[in-house]
Design a protein around this ligand. Structure first.
Ligand code: IVH
Length: 697
């Protein structure tokens, strides 16, 4: 390769030829890196090419064109897509897998709404399309934004790409509302998928595993002309924010209107008012499934009446008014080659089955979870066995059973280790826990690495470019030992003998991008921060509860310090937080009592700006910020509905009465809680006073 110094010596013809070749090369590498997620050269090699181009252009400025890669830095696709906050969250769905579970779902809806036996509950049923969800925002009937779902609260702006999809109207007819967000699923038909893969294969280009990956890969192109060349479609299935008067309407009315306005909706949509009809419909669709041109992985049921949907609301990330009835998982037979033990962030030892690779439903599977020690015993799995495996959707593949008649006698029983395979500490099972855990705690590198992976994961800090492999590598090299090190990385890098950019597989560009995505996350929502800490039993929903209850890290720390005393009011308050039982309480107190954790928290506070939790907008609700306790039997609304309503209006609902309680709503037959409220002088309300207060009398 030419050295920069010799570039002046090139004849103008040679310089031109070299320039053309370099530009072409760099463009190809850009496409491989940014559009296919499959770089063909190391970052160092890529940087060398870019530096040569820069030097060549410095020596021959007449060669610089506006579209030269040197001129497009900044507008480089490295930034990816712009993040956008959804006006209304994009929810996920709970699942049912059987008739009984579907019956339970309907029962829950009935109970929540307090419906009488003879009242019919209509459900709209439509196929669950296996693609990627998208929100389309129309303002004054013009498409202004298309976004991916992302984490449900925030997605990516893919407007330019979605504009190339023919099923997406750019403009809506006059009778459509001024503000309308349409939610739908982008997918690729099976026929189109096969043809695309054939073309890709012939061009020695990336071949997609299934239509869903192909659709996702096509939508996430930084060059929308590539998206345009891909045969994508969209089915609309609902609406987000809107100013459409839907009083007295149903989900089915919404679907009909969307169809009228030019959206494609599924032909198999129907409305049913009983289990029998729903199950018949399920069987029909299950049979039709193979003949449809698009992949479906189940049926979505939605309570048809929109006023009921509103009353039902949602819990955590899924609506109470909808669920997905999943089709049976796809199965295959293969050989179990071995069992590895993985150590999770909480020390849990999980057995993982290593399988002879096999294709199940279009995806190559080479390992499956065995859950825990008892599961191996229960299934009678031996190494060398022929096993039936299954995978459903994105769920980790499972071993269903052993085909014992295929045994040759050479299969070996597996002995579960009683020490950690990574740090060698004792691994024990406590009381009736099914999980065996490494007792190494802070000294176990496996737990430390898993905690770090959790810390940067999507629902936590969501640091792009800091994937599992890199975390493992940086941990091993001592660059990142604790979460704080992530935010000190850029500073430390300067002092390193071999800075990151000079390491195998890295370059200036990728180093810069890494620091940029770390810095982008120095502002973090309080709930995400709590979730990131990886405290046992504190998942996303519990983290939100804690964030909403304590507001800031400062007050959470203070409360946890006081609550170490189990006689204190802080301890009682903690236990009274909705969904926080004694188990979570112990984990939280244990975490905050640990000096090492305190140190990390303080160090993180120096690096970060933790934003208070965004309590859902409550307007000027009279109960915003108040703590309410419900007791006794209510007449107009079930206790669950009352609770959900109060929370949606910004109140905290607690299970026990204390001095901090603002209102106790007492229905019929209220007992000790009402008495306690009276003793403490807490305001009590009757059901009708409560209904009046929330404007629902
Ligand atoms: S409704 C509030 N309807 O499934 C309900 N979702 O597991 C949220 N999906 O993210 C979605 N077909 O991407 C709904 N007919 C359908 C659907 C559907 C596919 C996807 C959607 C969603 C995911 C939830």
């Amino acid at each position: 390769m030419s050295q920069p110094g010799s570039l002046f010596d090139l004849s103008i013809e040679d310089a031109k030829a070299r320039h053309v070749a370099l530009v072409k090369d760099i463009r190809c590498h850009d496409a491989a890196y940014y559009q296919k997620d499959a770089p063909e050269v190391s970052d160092a090699q890529y940087d060398t090419l870019r530096r040569e181009l820069e030097a060549l252009e410095a020596a021959h400025p007449e060669l610089v064109t506006p579209d030269s890669p040197t001129q497009t830095v900044g507008a480089k696709p490295s930034q990816g897509f712009k993040k956008v906050k959804h006006a209304l969250p994009m929810l996920s769905l709970s699942n049912v897998f059987s008739e009984e579970e579907l019956e339970d779902f309907i029962g829950r809806v009935r109970r929540f709404l307090g419906l009488s036996e003879n009242k019919k509950v209509e459900l709209l049923a439509e196929p669950k399309i296996d693609g990627l969800s998208c929100s389309l925002r129309y303002e004054n009937r013009k498409l202004v934004l298309a976004a991916t779902r992302g984490d449900g609260a925030e997605g990516e702006d893919i407007t330019e790409n979605v504009r190339t999809i023919k099923d997406v109207p750019q403009e809506l007819p006059k009778d459509a509302p001024d503000i309308l967000e349409v939610r739908g699923e982008i997918y690729m038909g099976r026929g189109n998928f096969a043809a695309l893969n054939k073309r890709q294969e012939e061009a020695e280009d990336h071949v997609f595993a299934n239509p869903r990956n192909a659709a996702a890969g096509s939508v996430r192109q930084l060059d929308s002309s590539i998206t345009k060349s891909r045969p994508l479609h969209l089915f609309a299935y609902g609406v987000g924010e809107h100013d459409w008067n839907l009083k007295g309407s149903t989900q089915f009315d919404v679907i009909k209107a969307l169809k009228k306005w030019g959206f494609q909706v599924t032909k198999q949509t129907g409305v049913f008012d009983g289990l029998e009809g729903l199950m018949k419909n399920y069987q029909v669709l299950l049979e039709q499934r193979v003949d449809l041109d698009y992949e479906i992985d189940g049926i979505v049921y939605k309570v048809n009446r929109l006023d009921w949907q509103e009353r039902l609301g949602f819990v955590s990330r899924a609506p109470r008014w909808a669920t997905a009835h999943k089709f049976p998982a796809e199965q295959a037979v293969t050989i179990l080659k071995g069992i590895d033990i993985q150590v999770g962030r909480t020390g849990a030892l999980t057995p993982v089955a290593r399988l002879e690779p096999i294709t199940v439903g279009g995806v190559v599977v080479s390992n499956a979870t065995l859950h825990n020690e008892d599961e191996i015993e229960r299934k009678g799995v031996r190494i060398g066995d022929t096993v039936v495996i299954q995978r459903a959707g994105d769920v980790i593949p499972q071993i269903v059973k052993v085909l014992e008649d295929k045994r040759t006698g050479k299969e070996k029983k597996f002995t579960f280790p009683d020490s950690c395979p990574v740090c060698d500490s004792l691994a024990i099972r406590e009381d009736d826990d099914v999980v065996r855990r490494c007792t190494g705690g802070l000294i176990c590198p496996a737990q430390a690495v898993e905690r770090l992976k959790h810390f940067v994961s999507r629902l936590a800090f969501d640091i792009e470019g800091l994937g599992s492999k890199i975390i493992e590598q940086f941990y091993e090299e001592g660059l990142i030992k604790s979460p704080v090190d992530i935010f000190r990385l850029e500073e430390c890098n300067v002092a390193l003998d071999t800075p990151i950019r000079e390491r195998e597989g890295w370059g200036e560009l990728s180093e810069k991008n890494l620091f940029a995505s770390i810095n982008e996350r120095r502002n973090i929502a309080f709930n995400r921060f709590i979730y990131a800490l990886g405290i046992r039993q504190v998942g996303e929903a519990t983290a939100k509860r804690i964030a909403a209850t304590y507001g800031s890290l400062e007050s959470l720390k203070r409360a946890m310090e006081q609550a170490q005393d189990r006689e204190s009011e802080s301890y009682a308050d903690l236990l009274a937080v909705e969904d926080i039982g004694p188990g979570v309480t112990d984990e939280l107190l244990g975490f905050f009592a640990e000096d090492h954790n305190q140190e990390i928290l303080s160090a993180l506070e120096m690096q970060l700006s933790i934003e208070p939790y965004d309590v859902p907008e409550v307007g000027d609700s009279p109960i915003a910020g108040k703590t309410i306790v419900f007791t006794g039997v209510m007449e107009k609304m079930t206790r669950s509905e009352a609770k959900a309503r109060a929370e949606n209006m910004g109140a905290k609902v607690s299970g026990s009465v204390s001095k901090k309680t603002d209102y106790v709503v007492a229905g019929e037959d209220a007992g000790s809680k009402l008495k306690k409220a009276q003793e403490l002088g807490v305001t009590t309300l009757t059901e009708s006073q409560w209904l009046e207060m929330i404007g629902s009398s």
